[in-house]
Design a protein around this ligand. Structure first.
Ligand code: F6P
Length: 529
């Protein structure tokens, strides 16, 4: 597949980026009264205003050409067809087929639909029995972040049928605090791990199963209370969980794309099967839009190319996602895995280094909280940070105290970042000349405002799929494999070695810093023979 580097469009974009150095977004709006309409789009219930970005028709056309040079249309077709586009692991990245099973072969469709029906049946039984008040999902990374983001968002809307909890890291304090708040007789446990070899998940699983048995749950009962989701059937079988509580997922579903598989079960257990259906339908509206041939009608393509524009051509090494509804507060954490585990690569598919800056560092948080903290850097710092402002229209609370304040800020911040405040304006306000440089805002800082018509599962599905496809576009244009994550392995392996060192079992040599830390921390552990 052709690499985009050193292509004609690449050079055009570099030239255009230089030109944008001396251009102001404020002037773009003055020159083009239609700019908002021209550079905004609605897909289903998701509206994106990308007019406050450093683009015009010419730049956008060059970005589209860049994507085509990278073979975007072809790669997209290959992803939807289930080809092994995850080249280093020789497997498909077919999460889109979980939202539209018509894409699958007959055999796979039957398997996926069968698994889904089993899940729905299980959820109906759980709700019908009314035996359980809480469900604990034990899992980490892709086996945690998506379901927790969705559950937290839906929890803001209504009381769950079964309260969802998430155990990911192994800090015993988190686990004991959670378990102390639960009734072991009324707690379901979902062990979610694609590989079923993840150390954090194994440690938490053992601790939670011990807690259940120590609290009088018989072996038989335990089997009824535990559900597993994994692609590793062999490893799961060692736990002795009955067949009807074991759920599978296919290898071609990447961990960070897996909430569309049975990994999404905790969402259904907490809020009902309909929420899963709504999530999928929402995501499908974005999939359909992503498949459209008209580049300037393809929202994920447009936004994905903007991400590349800033990271690779406009020297912006970071990007920020700011959620204005508390319900969306876990969005940045979810996106950090999605975008940085996918894009955090420095070599192309063929092993050669990428010749331009690639995936940016993603950070973020709650918009209003950030305004009173790190927004200082966004407005006056030395780095330009492209922003995604995200807001869901929450009509039921729109007229309660505070919602309007939140909306005001959502709109004002993008205007302030773009307009800034010149030295003349500061002087005209009668400020002391010494203070002028400190009170000047450079402005011209780009942002995209994403608005959801409603806060519900359908719109969450849209939002998530939009970011998935943006991430795909970036991977293709940088000619990297966005579907593997080999960078997470080294540290995991070394942790195993350090464990041996802490227990005094290892003779492996370490540098002085590492050995010093081992010596300091080994003292913590009792080694009863
Ligand atoms: O270590 C990274 C990772 O492999 C992620 O890609 C994955 O989502 C997470 O760990 C959890 O993996 P598993 O679902 O296999 O436990």
């Amino acid at each position: 597949m052709a690499s985009s580097f050193n292509s004609r469009s690449d050079k055009t974009l570099a030239r255009l980026a230089k030109r944008w150095q001396g251009r102001y977004l404020r002037d773009q709006f003055k020159a083009d009264p239609d700019r908002f309409t021209r550079f905004s789009m609605k897909v289903g219930g998701l509206f994106a205003d990308f007019s406050k970005n450093h683009i015009d028709a010419e730049t956008q056309a060059a970005l589209f050409a860049f994507a085509e040079d990278a073979g975007f249309t072809d790669w997209r077709q290959r992803m939807f067809a289930g080809e092994a586009i995850n080249s280093t692991e020789n497997r498909a990245a077919w999460h889109v087929a979980l939202r539209d099973t018509r894409l699958l072969t007959d055999v796979l469709r039957e398997q996926v639909e069968h698994e889904r029906c089993r899940g729905e049946e299980l959820v109906r039984n759980i709700h019908r029995s009314a035996k359980y008040t809480d469900v604990v999902n034990i899992g980490i990374g892709g086996s945690h972040l998506g379901p927790e983001f969705v559950c937290k968002a839906l929890s803001a809307l209504r009381k769950p049928i079964v309260r969802p909890h998430f155990l990911s890291h192994t800090d015993p304090r988190t686990r004991s605090a959670l378990l102390a708040s639960l009734d072991p007789q009324k707690t379901l446990v979902v062990i979610a791990s694609k590989s079923f070899t993840t150390i954090e998940t194994s440690v938490n699983t053992k601790a939670v199963l011990d807690w259940l048995t120590e609290n009088g749950i018989s072996r038989q009962r335990l089997k009824e209370q535990v559900i597993t989701v994994s692609a590793n059937a062999k490893a799961v079988s060692s736990l002795g969980i009955p067949e009807n509580h074991r759920f599978t997922m296919h290898e071609w579903v990447g961990g960070r794309y897996s909430m569309w598989s049975s990994i999404g079960l905790p969402i259904a257990i907490a809020f009902g099967n309909d929420e899963i259906v709504a999530l999928h339908v929402g995501a499908r509206t974005i999939d359909n839009n992503f498949l459209c041939d008209q580049a300037d009608e393809n929202l994920a393509l447009i936004l994905g190319l903007l991400d590349i524009w800033y990271a690779s051509f406009m020297a912006c090494p970071t990007r920020i996602v700011l959620a204005y509804n508390a319900a969306l507060r876990l969005l940045p954490a979810y996106l950090q895995q999605l975008i940085m585990e996918s894009g955090g690569k420095r070599v192309q598919r063929n092993g050669e280094p990428i010749s331009m800056a690639s995936a940016p560092i993603i950070w973020g948080g709650m918009g209003q909280n950030g305004q009173h903290a790190f927004y200082q850097l966004l407005h006056q710092g030395a780095h330009v940070v492209p922003v995604d402002f995200v807001l869901a229209m929450d009509e039921p609370v729109a007229n309660e105290p505070g919602y309007e304040t939140l909306v005001e800020n959502f709109i004002a911040q993008s205007e302030a970042l773009m307009c800034g405040k010149s030295a003349d304006e500061v002087l005209q306000e009668g400020e002391d000349a010494d203070l002028v440089p400190h009170m000047t805002f450079p402005g011209n800082r780009p942002s995209t405002s994403i608005l959801l018509d409603k806060l519900d599962a359908f719109h969450l599905g849209q939002l998530i799929a939009l970011y998935e496809h943006r991430t795909f576009v970036q991977g293709i244009c940088w000619n990297i494999n966005p579907f593997d994550q080999m960078g997470v392995e080294l540290g995991k392996r070394m942790a195993g070695e350090i464990g041996k060192a802490l227990r005094g079992e290892s003779v492996a040599e370490h540098d002085a810093s590492t050995s010093g830390l081992v010596a300091l921390l080994a003292k913590l552990f009792r080694r009863d023979q």
